[in-house]
Each structure stands twice: as C-alpha cells, then as structure tokens.
Design a protein around this ligand. Structure first.
Ligand code: CP
Ligand code: NVA
Length: 309
C-alpha cells in the first residue's frame, strides 16, 4: 500500500518515532541512505513561495541519490485546469514521490487519492507537517525527548503551524497549549483529531486566550507569522488582534528557565517575535531550519520503504 504524508496524524506515534530516529541518523551520516540512486526523480511543486522547503527538498533528494524536479505549479498544466486526478496518474509514471505546497488541504488529498507514489504535504492552508517533524527533531536534540514536555504556541491558532504543532506534538506525547485570540481558534476537526491522538499518547491540548498564563511552565515556546501566505489581502487588522500574543522577553521570562524558542521562519522581528528573543540565547531556529533537510530525507526514505512492502 502506498503511504502518504498529508497531515501529522498520517504517522502513528511509533512511525513518527521511527522517522525521527532515522532523521538523527541521517544528520550524522548524510549519504548513508540512497534509495533514489539512479537517479530516480521526485516532483517538488509550489503554488506558494518558499525558501527553506524548496532548498531542503532539492538538496535532500540529491543526497538520497535522486533528482528533484522543482517547478512552480502555475507553470504546469495544473494552472490551466488539467485535473489533479490526471496529473497524479501521470506523475506516478515518472517519479518516485510527489511533494506539493498548495492552498486547500483537499488538493493534496485529491492528488494522493489518485497517486501510485507517495505524496508529501509541503504546506497547505491547514497543515505544515514536514516543518513539525523538523521541530520535533530539534526539541529531541535540546531536551533529549518530547514526551511530557509543555509546548506553547502564540499567535494565529487557526493556521497551518498551529494545527500541525497540535497534532504532531501530541503524537510525540507533548502537552500543547495554543494561546490565541477569540476568532482564531483551531479548526474543530483538528482539535478532535488532536484529542483522539492525545488519548493514545498521554499528551494533551489546551486552547486559551491569555498569553501570560500560557507561557507559565512551558519548555518550548513557538510562534509564527501573523499573516500566512494567502491572507495578505483578507482585510483583517491582524496586527491589533495578535499584538498581545507577541513572543517577547516578558513572555519568555514566565516560561521554564531552560525553555527553548522555535520559529519555522520566515520571521518578522517586532511583529510576532522580538529581535531580542529570536536572536537571543534560547532560540534554536537555525538548527530547526537545518533539520528540515534531515527530517524530510528520513520521511522520504521511510515512505519509499513502506510503499514498497
Ligand atoms: N518554514 C518554511 O516552510 O519556510 P519556507 O516558506 O521558506 O519554505
Ligand atoms: N503560517 C505560515 C508558515 C510559513 C512557513 C504561512 O502559511 O505562510
């Protein structure tokens, strides 16, 4: 059966652990796994802009012995209306996997439903699961493990990062707190999926409107842009709404004394995070960015192996 990675709960807790163990191994020995030797190709498509995702997949696929076909989806026939069903059938004949950054989650789901090769979500409006694998790898490096740790996210509780941190975080046994204003709470379906997963792992999910209370006792502090891709012209005054949820020194001081700070990047200093925090001693954002490479390589190796058996 072909396996896809469209949302964080597509991996069971055991499977997520396997991918993260492999990611750590590949970080030590980058060229030790070469499943794409040939080279075989992987399609890497973008409907939205990207720096880290584009470069880390391209570099990672090369290190796995393969060739990345990196294309802006608008320049393909998808942009002219060729169906996703037909596109998926065609990709399966050329490539070993398809990686796609797009808008609706339904789009990656439709592509996967008709694909004979693994499909990887490289960010949709609803999830950013590859980022959270890298985040979990970074937490493991700094804290030794993830189970039982408290991770608080500040900002837009309805965006892709909030959703993936919830679902991926509880899969790793973490206690997740989402600090967000009214009107930006996470999607109820994702909350329900997160609760269901938390029951299996001993993790938990809390959604609150008080950023200071949310910071108390946190081992990991995370934030993300207040304006996600596609929301630039939605007419909402996000700055006024999210300002009380800024990750600044005052908030960091309320967390555990050895807490770490994550940000998926790109960061907007003075908005969702201050320069003092992102450029300060608790931030591990550059390791986090590097771990995109290792975590995604591990994910591809794992998906290719699973899809063969
Ligand atoms: N964090 C992340 O996905 O970055 P890019 O948008 O640059 O790919
Ligand atoms: N929430 C952000 C993440 C960017 C990596 C966005 O969707 O733009």
């Amino acid at each position: 059966m072909v396996r896809h990675f469209l949302r964080d709960d597509d991996l069971t807790p055991t499977e997520q652990n396997e991918v993260l163990e492999l990611a750590a191994e590949l970080k030590k020995n980058p060229l030790s796994r070469r499943p794409l030797e040939g080279p075989y190709s992987v399609a890497v498509l973008f409907d939205k802009t990207s720096t880290r995702t584009r470069f880390s997949f391209d570099a990672g696929i090369a290190q796995l012995g393969g060739h990345a076909i990196v294309v802006d989806a608008g320049a393909t026939q998808i942009g002219k209306g060729e169906t996703l069903d037909d596109t998926a059938r065609m990709f399966s004949r050329f490539t070993k996997a398809v990686v796609w950054r797009t808008y609706g989650q339904d789009r990656v789901e439709t592509l996967a439903a008709h694909s004979e090769v693994p499909v990887v979500n490289a960010l949709t409006d609803t999830f950013h699961p590859c980022q959270v694998l890298a985040d979990l790898q970074t937490i493991r490096e700094n804290k030794g493990s993830t189970a039982g740790l408290k991770m608080t996210y500040f900002g837009d509780g309805a965006n892709n990062m909030a959703h993936s941190l919830m679902l991926g975080g509880v899969t790793a046994g973490m206690h997740i707190t989402i600090a967000t204003p009214d009107g930006f709470v996470p999607d109820p379906e994702v909350v329900e999926a997160t609760r269901a997963r938390a029951e299996q792992t001993g993790g938990s999910i809390t959604i609150i409107g008080d950023a200071r209370a949310a910071a108390e006792g946190a081992d990991v502090l995370v934030t993300d842009t207040w304006v996600s891709m596609g929301q630039e012209n939605d007419g909402l005054d996000r700055e006024a709404v999210f300002r009380p949820f800024q990750l600044n020194d005052e908030i960091v001081a309320l967390s555990e004394s050895d807490s770490i700070v994550l940000h998926c990047l790109p960061a907007y200093r003075g908005k969702e995070i201050t320069a003092e925090v992102i450029d300060g001693p608790r931030a591990v954002v550059w390791d986090e960015a590097e771990n995109r490479l290792h975590a995604q390589k591990a994910l591809l190796v794992w998906l290719l192996e699973q899809s063969r058996s």
